[in-house]
Design a binder for this molecule. Structure first.
Ligand SMILES: NC(=O)c1ccc[n+]([C@@H]2O[C@H](COP(=O)([O-])OP(=O)(O)OC[C@H]3O[C@@H](n4cnc5c(N)ncnc54)[C@H](O)[C@@H]3O)[C@@H](O)[C@H]2O)c1
Length: 252
């Protein structure tokens, strides 16, 4: 763990999978807005530390925290680590996610469980771990990164789609439970975003995807980070249980 010294007035954001892809854009946007960013990573400390150092070089505050969000004990430990060092978590972004794409006929029970364990149960365990201190302080923002695929379904993506749709129900239910406590819970549903996930898709399939997007471009990590920053703002206090789709108009 590497933590910079911040004072108790510095707001703290915890971003799971915050060192790369969309998560890195979210972490950078939070750091540039003055948050201490606690960056969750699962297995590779060097790139996570290099990313945190790059945020610090820009004048931000950042620390890295290892944990597999598929393990409830890891979620509790990471939150405990951040609380011990920084005393508060104002914003939780449940960003970490995985895909194991196969048609249902080929999908094993473990393929199903692996994706649901990280994408859906991970958000549950992380949210549960941060909630008490948010409720006690009367302030919190939980932002779950879902997906367009959770809204439309996806060929060969039953596990991923189910986990991402599940986040909608989870978000709305938790939003109801904490509506009187100063804690808002919302979802951002990205469409096709330029990350390693897209790089794995063959060119022809990418062209077919572009035809479906009214804006005829893929989204960027910044597009998603902007929606997250909007929901994270203390002023966004009357928005809860909502899904903001950031998809270039792909699904309206
Ligand atoms: N890229 C897209 O087009 C797209 C579209 C819709 C939704 N999303 C969602 O956005 C989020 C970020 O996606 P991305 O494209 O940046 O993916 P990515 O693979 O680049 O990043 C995922 C991050 O999650 C972390 N992670 C994975 N499993 C973990 C675990 N068990 N414990 C802790 N961390 C773990 C990884 O280390 C990585 O940092 C995901 O939830 C993804 O489903 C992405």
């Amino acid at each position: 763990m590497n933590a910079d010294k911040t004072d108790s007035a510095t707001p703290v954001a915890l971003v799971t999978g915050g060192a790369r892809g969309i998560g890195a854009h979210i972490s950078r946007a939070l750091a540039r807005s003055g948050y201490h960013v606690a960056i969750g990573y699962s297995s590779r400390p060097q790139p996570a530390q290099a990313f945190a150092d790059s945020l610090k070089e820009e004048g931000g505050f950042a620390s890295i925290h290892q944990g597999n969000i598929g393990e409830p004990g890891d979620c509790e430990r990471v939150v405990h680590e951040v609380m011990s060092s920084h005393g508060r978590i104002d914003v939780l972004v449940n960003n970490a996610g995985i895909t194991v794409d196969k048609t249902v006929r080929r999908m094993s029970t473990e393929d199903w469980r692996a994706v649901v364990r990280v994408n859906l149960s991970g958000a549950f365990h992380m949210s549960k771990a941060v909630l008490d201190q948010m409720v006690e302080r009367g302030f919190g923002r939980i932002i779950n990164i879902s997906s367009l695929i959770g809204q439309t379904g996806g060929f060969g993506q039953a596990n991923y789609a189910a986990s991402k749709s599940g986040l909608f129900g989870f978000t709305k239910s938790l939003a109801l439970e904490v509506a009187l406590k100063g804690v808002t819970v919302n979802c951002v549903a990205p469409g096709a975003i330029e990350t390693e996930m897209l790089e794995a898709i063959p060119g022809e399939a990418l062209d077919r995807m572009l035809e479906k997007i009214p804006m005829r471009r893929f989204g960027t990590g910044q597009d998603i980070a902007r929606a997250v920053m909007f929901l994270a703002d203390p002023e966004a206090s009357y928005i809860t249980g909502q899904v903001i789709s950031v998809n270039g108009g792909w699904e309206m």
